[in-house]
Ligand binder design. Structure first.
Ligand code: IDP
Ligand code: MG
Length: 165
């Protein structure tokens, strides 16, 4: 059983189908582990339309939604619940800007991609940016409940809790 601290929170991350198909799961999960985040839940899911409409509720009416849903259903995703200090904000920093061409090269989206959404639009390609991470604590709570059952989220102590946090 881990201790409760004010700034420790959980966030939701999904490794999108391009990450899975490119064999980058391990590299990307390592970044989170190396930074000291705890993986509390992890599974492979092939997203359905219903799940995506709930997850991307704020985008369903947008022009790009159909292509986003097509991209997210191209293969399975790896869904994760990560825990750490200010996890939502810190993991968004590690993930980087939404459009890979804008993402800092040190971020996940900037390290493993560079193709702009403008290029994708102009060439009929899908907009691939490797990873999703919740943007706000409320969004994290909602997304964790959409993707995970309570008994799929595990409570245990890691070495990082003593030596990194
Ligand atoms: P985020 O993933 O950085 O939170 P959001 O604006 O919430 O970015 O958008 C959700 C996802 O929708 C993005 O990660 C991307 O895959 C896709 N997306 C966002 N804006 C566009 C766009 O203008 N064209 C195509 N796809 C987009
Ligand atoms: Mg978002």
């Amino acid at each position: 059983m881990s201790e409760e601290f004010e700034h420790v929170e959980k966030t939701f991350v999904a490794l999108k189908p391009d990450t899975v198909k490119r064999g980058l799961i391990g590299e990307i999960v390592s970044r989170f582990e190396n930074a000291g985040f705890k993986i509390c839940g992890m599974k492979m899911v092939w997203a359905t339309d219903d799940l995506l409409e709930e997850h991307y509720e704020e985008h369903v009416e947008k022009d790009f939604y159909e292509r986003l849903a097509e991209y997210m259903k191209k293969g399975p995703v790896v869904a994760m619940v990560l825990e750490g200090v200010n996890a939502v904000e810190n993991i968004r920093k590690i993930v980087g800007e939404t459009d890979p061409t804008e993402a800092d090269p040190a971020t996940i989206r900037g390290t493993y991609g560079h193709i702009s959404f403008a290029h994708a639009d102009g060439s009929g390609r899908l907009h691939k940016n490797l990873i999703h991470a919740s943007a706000e604590p409320e969004e994290a709570e909602k997304e964790i409940s959409i993707w995970f059952e309570d008994d799929e989220i595990h409570d245990f102590e890691t070495a990082q809790e003593e030596w990194v946090r």
